[in-house]
Design a binder for this molecule. Structure first.
Ligand code: GTP
Ligand code: MG
Length: 138
């Protein structure tokens, strides 16, 4: 059974949308097996998004991710990585399919409400960045 790292981003926590977003995950058959609310520093966000460090929006992205608390969580299910990305919708809410989290809640391509791992290798690294083995309760 697969696991993926999810983040409910500052634009969504600020608007009190964590419950509505979690309902989307659960309705899709994803189980929340670990979850915590934390306030990242820009440096911690920078390490998390290091793959994007050459992109023009990197500084803005790190500041945004540190602007308000986030909810980091581990979602579990059959094909959880792909399923979660389906539920999230396209990066830019203008391109996101109806009913997806980003179509319903995202404010812009940058402030797009959720993050989800994109492959098994990144999921493993991202889960380990936020959670210890003891915190993962299947
Ligand atoms: P994540 O699940 O957050 O990784 O989103 P993604 O995989 O759909 O998108 P990608 O990995 O390409 O980009 C990571 C994040 O950078 C996005 O979710 C956005 O928050 C931000 N981002 C991407 N493109 C832009 C952009 O053109 N402008 C701004 N300001 N932010 C962007
Ligand atoms: Mg990505």
């Amino acid at each position: 059974i697969e696991r993926t790292l999810s983040i409910i981003k500052p634009d969504a926590t600020k608007r009190n949308l964590t419950g509505k977003i979690n309902a989307k995950f659960e309705d899709a058959g994803l189980r929340i097996v670990a979850q915590k609310r934390i306030h990242l520093t820009p440096a911690q966000a920078g390490v998390f998004y290091e793959v994007h460090k050459e992109r023009p929006f990197y500084g803005e992205l790190c500041e945004f991710m540190a602007s308000e608390p986030v909810v980091v969580q581990v979602l579990e299910g059959e094909g959880a990585i792909a399923k979660n990305r389906e539920v999230m919708g396209a990066t830019n809410p203008a391109d996101a399919a109806p009913g997806t989290i980003r179509a319903e809640f995202a404010e812009s391509v940058g402030e797009n409400s959720v993050h989800g791992s994109d492959a098994p290798e990144t999921a493993a690294v991202e889960i380990a960045y936020f959670f210890s083995g003891l915190e993962l309760v299947g």
